[in-house]
Structures are given as structure tokens and as C-alpha cells.
Design a protein around this ligand. Structure first.
Ligand SMILES: CCCCCCCCCCCCC/C=C/[C@@H](O)[C@H](COP(=O)(O)O)NC(=O)CCCCC
Ligand SMILES: Nc1ncnc2c1ncn2[C@@H]1O[C@H](COP(=O)(O)OP(=O)(O)O)[C@@H](O)[C@H]1O
Ligand SMILES: [Ca+2]
Length: 546
């Protein structure tokens, strides 16, 4: 960096070392300039200094407390250089640790001159105030009931201190009932007062915030959500997720971890990650939005069963997962889908969506999308099915993953290469197969093997899809698509005897909420919302240059 780029440069004192500290427009850098004679480690002086991106500085403050201002390792020594440097300021910044975890680290610089100390604090604060993407006012909703019921404690102990340190003002609402947050956002909240909304809870709680916010924006703009082809208005407020639920898939899949402090820091630095939203309709009536999993069959049944055991907390999913696996139900139906264009890749191309993903950035301009939508509306009725594929079959699971759906149970997720903001969803069809085969498929969600590499699994990247369960009277007696060489070798097939796949229906799991209709039409709304996140960072991005 050139000399003229320097905003301020001083010789200061840090941990018994004299350092040259320089603030550039985008970077704070410090480097030892004089080897301390008192250093006991005997290690050679570091050639390279340390740097922190200005956009990752959380706060700077004058270190008022004497104890903080003095280096702590040698409190009794007199004639320490620290005595010549009685003034100090502390810079708090984002430090990356393992596995996408972020922590707030402090570095304290000591100076001889009070004015220089104050000048540093002022100049760094001025640089921070230029970062216009940082939120100043947030509306926080806490679900005290989700996950292990620790939402309030997590917020008070881990998140509120970080917001305070960063000077963020918050209005906090602890919900008193299901849909409290949704209704408040829809009808009461004065959205102009805030730069973002924070959700403390799991995927179900996120779904409440999503519905409240998206519905409010559409109402304010006179958009009718019941029209499946309506052009929805994107939300200007970003949403932050503090994970305090049972699966926390939306948080995990957008930042690589479900850690509350990491989430708080992504909010503080003002990250922005666009995200697709699926709109779900039944016969032209709006049902729900979904951002992660829409699952019929296995994941619908797991969710239905798990709600009866909510008292078990997150473990309810393990119990219900096991029971649902044993019951080995399958469901007849017809799936139709509109494939995505080739330029968004394929679910098996192993191109994972990461921070700054090129596929997501390549999204069609809004104009193109608008033209496409109008074109579709103008088509004559007999053409409206053009380009659609239709599959009839018996399915153990029909999953639509609009993002990877990575979570602690499955760190690579249901569709490891799904993208957060490409305007598509990955439609995974798991046909009727043996229990052992289905077990192998499930197991592959937890290791490096390809979960799509089975004869009974197919996956398509789509922009829209529809599902129609087989009507009992109209259902074909045999499904021609079944694999002839893979009979169900289940040792406990007696469990199946009373199960009639011609009449049975499952339910849809929509981001952890049950849908009350089985026949649905789904359409992906490209980049309808934005999160305080940046996608999962590649390992080299994660290293702070030193
Ligand atoms: C032999 C071991 C097999 C293990 C297979 C595990 C596969 C797990 C894939 C999980 C995908 C989860 C997708 C996200 C769903 C959530 O939206 C939903 C609600 O979350 P929350 O509100 O935080 O409770 N969670 C679920 O539906 C739970 C699915 C658990 C399945 C075992
Ligand atoms: N105060 C409350 N009392 C009861 N239920 C609530 C409350 N606030 C939110 N909910 C509901 O709790 C459900 C689960 O919330 P969530 O935070 O996703 O936890 P989990 O991940 O454990 O399912 C959601 O359906 C949400 O609507
Ligand atoms: Ca997507």
C-alpha cells in the first residue's frame, strides 16, 4: 500500500512491543518495529504484521480502565514502556476460528499522548460510519419456546452484548404465542424504524418472520399473493437469524455453522445474502412460502410425528426419524416440473454455492424475468404445459431443496450443490425401494458418498413444480417405473400389511411447518429476500491475512 493511502499512522505500544499502526481506507495494519529486550520467548521477531479489514471492525473505544490499559502479563514491573504510554484504545474485530465460527477479538494499543489516542478512536469511528450497509436499528423477535427453550438466554448472554458493543439499537419482542411475530410484522410493526429484523429461534420461527415480512410488503404494494404468477416485491429489510431452534438449517446453510455469536457478528458487519423463496399454492390459493425444504412423504411424516413429542426438544426428530424409517411408507402421485435453464448447472455438478457464488450472481435481470413471466401468461392455454415433464410413481420421499439444507445432522445437506439465490429448487424424487436401500440413501447424507447415485433416486433442478396425489379410485394398480430387480427385501414387511398405498396420503413439511393440502403448485421467486449473511466462506477467504 502506498504512503498516500494512509489515513493515520503512529508508533504505538501493544503487548510490550513497539508497533507501527497504520489505518488505510480498508485495512488496519500493525507491525512490530523494535524488538523488546524484555521478551522472554526468544522467538524471532515477526516479519509480517497483522491486518484487519475495516469492514470487519466491530467497534473501537478508548480504554478507560487502568487495568485494561496496562499490559496484563507483568503487572508488577516498574519502568515498563507502558508507563510512557498511559493512554490506550481498543479495537474489537471479527476473528475467524475453526469451522466458519466467528469470534470478537480485541487488540489494545497504548499511546503516550491522549490526543493521539482520541484521534485514533475518532478516525476509526469515521471510517466505520462510512460503512452504510451496517444496521443501526433492529427489530428482534425471540421464540422462548423453540429448540431447547433457550432463546431468551442465548439472546441476552451471547447476542445483546455484541449489538451493544457495536452501538446497535434494538426493540426486542419475546413472542407469547405461535404466529405472534408473523402477525406483528404483518399488521403492526413500523418497518420504517428499522434496518433489519432478527429472528431468534429455529426454521419454524424464521418461517413466521418470512411470512410476516413478505406478506406485509406485498400488501403495502397491492400485490395479490393468491396469483401464482404475481411478480412479488422484494423485501428491503434484511433478516438476521440467531439459531435457537431444533434443526437451524437456514442458518447453517447460509453461514456454515449454527452459532449465535457468529450470526450476531454477520449482522453487525452488515452482510447481505440474497435468497430464493418458493411460493406454494393450492388451486390458485396461496398457502405458504418456503426457503429450505418442502418435503412430502418421509420428511412430512417425520414432522407430523415429531410434533406429538415436542417436549423432547430437538431429539424428537431422531425418534420420529427412526419410527418413520421403520414404517417405510410410500405414496402414489404425479409430479410435474419445469426444468431450469442449463446455465444454472445441475444438482450433481458438485459446484457448491459459496460466498460470492457466480451462479447466483448470474441471475437473470429483473427485466428478463418480467418478460419471461409475461410471456408465460400470454401463452394460449394449450401451450401452458409446454416444457413441463411429468412423472407418475410411488415415492418414499419427494423433496424440494431450495438451498443445500445443510444442518448439523447432515453437514452437506439434502442437495449439496443447491444454490441460495439462483431462482431454482432441486427436486429430489425417492421412489419406492427396499428399506435397506432407503437406509443406504439416508446414510449418504452423513458421509461423502453421492446420495443421488441410486437407481431409485432422481434429481432435477427446476423453476416450478406441481404435485398431485393419486386419487384412490384413479390410481394405477401397478407403477411401471418400479425397479423390477429390487423387490422389497424388508425383514419387517409385516408392518406394511395394513398400509394401502392407493389411499394413503402424506403431508408436506414446509420449512418445519405442516401444509394442510397435498396437491400443490410451487414456483421459485428468485432473490425475494436478503439475510444478514454472506454464504459459506471458502477456507482461503476465512484466513485473515497476517
Ligand atoms: C442413518 C442416519 C440418517 C440421517 C439422515 C439425516 C438426513 C437429515 C436431513 C435433514 C434435512 C433438514 C432440512 C430442514 C428442515 C427444517 O426446516 C425442519 C424444521 O426445523 P426447526 O424449525 O429448526 O425444527 N426440520 C425437520 O424437518 C427435521 C428433519 C429431521 C430428519 C431426521
Ligand atoms: N411464544 C410461543 N409459544 C409457542 N409457540 C411459539 C411461540 N413463538 C413461536 N412459536 C412457534 O414455535 C414453533 C417452533 O419454533 P422454532 O423456533 O422453529 O423451534 P424448533 O426449531 O424447535 O421447531 C414455530 O411454529 C413458531 O410459530
Ligand atoms: Ca435456489
Amino acid at each position: 500500500m502506498e504512503n498516500q493511502d494512509k489515513i493515520i499512522c503512529s508508533e504505538l505500544f501493544q503487548k510490550q512491543r513497539k508497533v507501527e499502526v497504520v489505518l488505510y481506507p480498508a485495512v488496519l495494519a500493525w507491525k512490530e518495529i523494535e524488538k523488546s529486550s524484555k521478551r522472554s520467548s526468544g522467538t524471532s521477531e515477526s516479519e509480517h504484521g497483522q491486518t484487519v479489514k475495516v469492514c470487519e471492525i466491530v467497534a473501537v473505544h478508548k480504554t478507560e480502565d487502568e487495568a485494561d490499559a496496562q499490559p496484563r502479563s507483568h503487572p508488577k514491573r516498574i519502568n515498563q514502556p507502558s508507563q510512557q504510554y498511559p493512554h490506550a484504545f481498543t479495537v474489537s474485530y471479527v476473528r475467524r476460528t475453526r469451522q466458519h465460527l466467528w469470534r470478537c477479538a480485541d487488540v489494545t494499543f497504548h499511546c503516550a499522548d491522549q490526543q493521539i489516542c482520541e484521534q485514533w478512536v475518532q478516525v476509526i469511528n469515521e471510517q466505520l460510519s462510512l460503512l452504510t450497509n451496517r444496521p443501526k436499528n433492529l427489530l428482534v423477535y425471540i421464540n422462548p419456546y423453540g429448540g431447547k427453550r433457550r432463546g431468551e438466554r442465548i439472546y441476552e448472554q451471547k447476542v445483546a452484548p455484541v449489538f451493544r458493543q457495536a452501538g446497535i439499537f434494538t426493540d426486542v419482542i419475546v413472542t407469547e404465542r405461535a404466529n405472534h411475530a408473523r402477525d406483528h410484522l404483518k399488521m403492526e410493526a413500523n418497518l420504517d424504524d428499522y434496518d433489519g429484523v432478527v429472528c431468534v429461534g429455529g426454521d419454524g420461527m424464521f418461517s413466521e418472520i418470512l411470512h410476516g415480512l413478505v406478506t406485509r410488503i406485498q400488501t403495502d404494494h397491492g400485490v395479490d399473493q393468491n396469483q401464482p404468477d404475481a411478480e412479488l416485491v422484494p423485501c428491503s429489510l434484511r433478516i438476521g437469524i440467531i439459531p435457537a431452534g431444533s434443526t437451524d438449517c437456514i442458518c447453517f446453510a447460509t453461514q456454515g455453522t449454527n452459532d449465535p455469536v457468529t450470526s450476531a457478528l454477520h449482522i453487525v458487519v452488515g452482510d447481505s445474502q440474497p435468497m430464493d423463496v418458493c411460493s406454494v399454492h393450492h388451486n390458485g390459493v396461496f398457502l405458504k412460502y418456503s426457503v429450505s425444504l418442502l418435503g412430502y412423504g418421509f420428511y412430512g411424516d417425520v414432522l407430523t410425528d415429531s410434533e406429538r413429542n415436542r417436549w423432547l426438544g430437538p431429539a424428537r426428530y431422531d425418534l420420529s426419524g427412526f419410527k418413520t424409517f421403520l414404517s417405510h411408507n410410500y405414496y402414489g402421485g404425479t409430479v410435474s416440473f419445469l426444468p431450469a435453464d442449463d446455465n444454472v448447472g445441475h444438482p450433481r455438478d458438485k459446484l457448491q454455492c459459496r460466498s460470492g457464488c457466480r451462479i447466483c450472481q448470474h441471475k437473470h435481470s429483473s427485466k428478463d424475468e418480467h418478460d419471461e413471466a409475461s410471456e408465460e401468461k400470454e401463452k394460449p392455454a394449450e401451450d401452458s404445459d409446454r416444457g413441463w415433464n411429468v412423472i407418475h410413481g410411488k415415492f418414499i420421499a419427494i423433496n424440494s431443496a431450495s438451498m443445500s439444507c445443510a444442518c448439523p445432522r447432515s453437514p452437506k445437506g439434502l442437495s449439496p450443490s443447491a444454490h441460495l439465490a439462483d431462482g431454482t429448487t432441486d427436486l429430489i424424487l425417492v421412489r419406492k425401494c427396499s428399506r435397506l436401500d432407503f437406509f443406504r440413501h439416508l446414510l449418504r447424507h452423513t458421509n461423502n458418498d453421492d446420495q443421488f447415485d441410486h437407481w431409485f433416486v432422481e434429481v432435477h433442478r427446476v423453476r416450478k413444480f406441481r404435485f398431485e396425489p393419486w386419487h384412490p379410485d384413479l390410481a394405477p394398480l401397478e407403477d411401471a417405473s418400479e425397479h423390477p430387480e429390487s423387490p422389497d427385501l424388508s425383514p419387517i414387511s409385516s408392518l406394511q400389511e395394513t398400509y394401502d398405498d392407493r389411499t394413503a396420503e402424506s403431508s408436506w413439511n414446509c420449512d418445519g411447518e405442516i401444509l394442510h393440502h397435498t396437491a400443490i403448485q410451487v414456483s421459485v421467486q428468485c432473490q425475494l429476500i436478503r439475510l444478514f449473511a454472506r454464504g459459506i466462506e471458502e477456507q482461503q477467504d476465512a484466513e485473515v491475512a497476517v
